[in-house]
Each structure stands twice: as structure tokens, then as C-alpha cells.
Design a binder for this molecule. Structure first.
Ligand SMILES: Cc1ncc(COP(=O)(O)O)c(C=O)c1O
Length: 407
């Protein structure tokens, strides 16, 4: 794969993404819980963990929120049909998936909706498949709801992760009721191809497994060889037997609103999901989140395209830098602003986990072991930040490795 390193280009949004906004003291997890979670560092820790970015949301989103806030009265809202329309249009325009606005259901964050779905469509003790290494809440949502976690590890060769379809078939044959599909995949950044997704759909059809597809990173795919394929669109069976969850929270940096949605084409499944949301008094979204989502989808696409170009430049920069460090292997993300890094060649036999090494370097990355067993020498880097911050983080990693004589 060609990794372009775009340092500077003629882009109306470039300077905006270059600016580091001081988020400290705003109650954000990434900066305000940094020392508590990762410990202190003489230079001050730099955060590259949790998956939000350092960027201000697009001006039209901030403008829509400002207008609504200035009105000053925040009573109970009606669920705005225009929001479902905006979601449907977004998927049609950006991902060529023809969505009927009636398929769009509210979800309190993506994970909230996945938890509700597991409770509606599976029973305690039912096996649920995830593909490891995996975003840690995928394991928690299964186990905390008393379902049985079945791991179907991805297979890595030369830094590329692929699905183990034979293993997936064994898991399905063994009685799996549901699969949590992460598409694009966090932490490896894989953007599954149509063929791979068709294989999954074929197996799910054969063994009657419900696919719950988390497509929260779907807007953030690097152009060229890759395009995001919505899982329900890969076959007629998939359309009726999967639930798609997404939100604008990664693409437009709106995670704080917990405003997400499910796309559930099948009427009976939609009814069952909505009935449970209603029983839980969770069927109404928060109003500012809806305002932000609508503005993002209706007016934010040019900004988002600028963001993807900026992130592509960051990706190239980080890959080039890390490849220059002996014993460090990177998985090149095809989508997402996350990079899965294997420090094994550098750290094995040195008595240090990647987390300990990185802490000494003064950078906070998500620890490999939280994504699955055996990943103690891995870390996940969030490169959704201004270049200056990314460069400083990368340099800190290198300097620490030199200091310890690891290179
Ligand atoms: C794959 C994936 N799903 C879900 C989430 C969380 O979504 P939410 O905050 O809407 O529950 C994240 C956040 O990092 C994620 O990476």
C-alpha cells in the first residue's frame, strides 16, 4: 500500500487542524484524567489514548449549537424527523447505502445501543463472537450483560490483519447467537472489503447469527484502495439480519453528546429494539446532540474531507517515523485515526511492557493488553491531533528508546 506523507498542501482546513486547542480543565477524559490514569511525567504526559481528536468541530456545527444555546430555553424536545432524514441522506451520499429514514433509531452512544441489542436479541449465557485484538468495551458489553464471550482472533501477517473465516465458522457452528463486528476495525484500522463482509454474511446466514455492526469509524477511511462498505448492504440476508450502529462522534469530534443511532432495516427487529429503548426510558435523545448531528451531516462534509486528508498526512508521518525505529512494527490503518504498534522487537526480553516503556517516554497510548491477551508489547496511538503534537510524541518515543539503549 502506498502511504502518502502529505506535509502541507493547499487545503482550506489545514491551518485549522494545525492549531492545538487547550482542552485542560474542560472535564475531558483525555487530558483531565491523564495523570490519574497514566501517572505523572517530568515533561508532562502527552495524551494519544482514548479515541477523540484534538480538533474543534466544524464551524456550522458550532454555529448551530450556538444559535440553539442562545435561545436559552431547553424543554423537552420532539424527536426531529429531519435528523433521521439527515442520517439517511448521509449514508446514501457518503456510503452509497440506500437508507429509509424510518430505519433510523435513537441510540445513547454506540455502545449503549449495542448493549440494548444484546439484551433484546440474545439471552444470558449465549455465545457472542468478537474478533481480537478488539476495542475493549466489546468484551465488557458481552461479559457485563452475562453473555459468553467467544474470541475469534484476527490473523496477522506482515502487519496486515485478516479475519480467520474458518475460525469464525467454528464459532458460529458452536452456537454463537450474535457477532459484534467492528467495521472499520479498532485497533488495527482494517477497512473490511466487500468480499470479506460477504463471507461473514454468508456464514451468518448459514448459521443464523445476528450481526451487530459497529461502523462508528466508517467516515474515516483513507481514499485509494479502500472504501467503507455498510454491512447491511452486502446481501439481502444481511439487510434483514443485521443492526448497524454509528454516530458522528468520531468524524466530527462530538463524542461528548453520546448521540448515536442504529439503522435497523427489518421492521420486527426495529420494533423489538425500540420497545426495549422505550422500557428503559432511553428512546429520547438529548437535544443539543441532535442539533450537532444534523448540522454535521448536512453542512460538515467538506470539513470532514479536509480532516481525512489531514489525518492521512499524520498517518504517513507516523508510519515513516516508526518504521525508522528498529524493532518497531506498525500496522498501517486503512481507516480510523488509530495506529496499532508492535514494540515487541524492541522490548522483548527487556522486562518492560509497552505501557511501562511509553509511560517512561511521557506519552499516553492505550495499552495493548486491554485489546486482548498476549498484546502486552503493543500500544494504540491516536494520531488525531495537530502535527506538532504528534511529532513531539513520536520524538519522545524515540528519545526514550535511545536513552534505554534499545535502538
Ligand atoms: C469501535 C468503537 N465503537 C464505539 C465507540 C464508542 O462509542 P460511544 O461513545 O458512542 O459509545 C468507540 C470509541 O472509541 C469505538 O472505537
Amino acid at each position: 500500500m502506498v502511504v502518502r506523507d502529505i506535509h502541507k498542501f493547499d487545503d482550506p482546513y489545514f491551518e485549522e487542524f494545525q492549531r492545538l486547542v487547550d482542552r485542560r480543565g474542560t472535564g475531558c477524559k483525555k487530558w483531565d484524567l491523564l495523570d490519574k490514569i497514566f501517572g505523572e511525567h517530568p515533561k508532562g504526559m502527552l495524551p494519544f489514548w482514548i479515541a477523540d481528536t484534538e480538533f474543534r468541530s466544524p464551524d456550522p456545527v458550532i454555529g448551530a449549537l450556538r444559535d440553539r444555546v442562545e435561545h436559552g430555553v431547553f424543554g423537552y424536545p420532539v424527536r426531529d424527523g429531519q435528523v433521521s432524514q439527515a442520517v439517511a441522506e448521509w449514508w446514501g451520499r457518503r456510503h452509497r447505502f440506500d437508507v429509509d429514514p424510518r430505519w433510523v433509531c435513537h441510540s445513547h452512544g454506540v455502545m449503549g445501543g449495542i448493549a440494548v441489542s444484546l439484551r433484546v436479541f440474545t439471552s444470558p449465557g449465549d455465545p457472542v463472537v468478537v474478533q481480537t485484538p478488539i476495542y475493549p468495551p466489546f468484551r465488557w458489553v458481552v461479559e457485563n450483560n452475562q453473555r459468553r464471550l467467544v474470541e475469534n482472533p484476527l490473523v496477522e501477517r506482515d502487519g496486515v490483519y485478516r479475519m480467520d473465516l474458518a475460525g469464525l465458522e467454528r464459532a458460529f457452528r458452536g452456537g454463537a447467537r450474535a457477532m459484534l463486528l467492528c467495521s472499520p476495525h479498532n485497533p488495527t484500522g482494517r477497512v473490511w472489503t466487500r468480499e470479506e463482509l460477504r463471507e461473514v454474511a454468508g456464514l451468518a446466514e448459514r448459521y443464523r447469527v445476528l450481526v451487530i455492526s459497529d461502523e462508528i469509524h466508517g467516515d474515516l477511511v483513507y481514499p485509494g484502495d479502500h472504501a467503507h462498505i455498510p454491512f447491511p448492504s452486502v446481501s439481502p440476508w444481511a439487510l434483514d439480519n443485521s443492526l448497524l450502529f454509528a454516530s458522528p462522534s468520531k468524524s466530527f469530534n462530538l463524542a461528548g453528546f453520546y448521540t448515536a443511532y442504529a439503522i435497523i432495516p427489518d421492521g420486527a427487529k426495529r420494533k423489538a429494539y425500540e420497545a426495549e429503548m422505550n422500557r428503559l426510558f432511553m428512546d429520547q435523545g438529548n437535544e443539543l446532540g441532535q442539533v450537532a448531528m444534523k448540522a454535521a451531516y448536512l453542512e460538515g462534509e467538506a470539513w470532514l474531507n479536509g480532516l481525512v486528508r489531514y489525518l492521512e498526512g499524520n498517518r504517513g508521518r507516523a508510519v515513516e517515523f516508526l518504521r525508522g525505529m528498529r524493532g518497531v512494527r506498525v500496522t498501517i490503518p486503512e481507516g480510523t485515526f488509530l495506529m496499532w504498534i508492535d514494540f515487541g522487537g524492541m522490548l522483548r526480553g527487556r522486562g518492560l511492557t509497552a505501557g511501562e516503556f511509553l509511560k517512561g517516554a511521557g506519552v499516553a497510548l492505550n495499552k495493548g493488553e486491554s485489546f486482548g491477551e498476549g498484546f502486552e508489547l503493543y500500544g494504540r496511538l491516536n494520531f488525531g491531533c495537530p502535527r506538532q503534537m504528534l511529532d513531539e510524541g513520536l520524538q519522545r518515543i524515540r528519545s526514550r528508546a535511545e536513552e534505554l539503549g534499545l535502538l
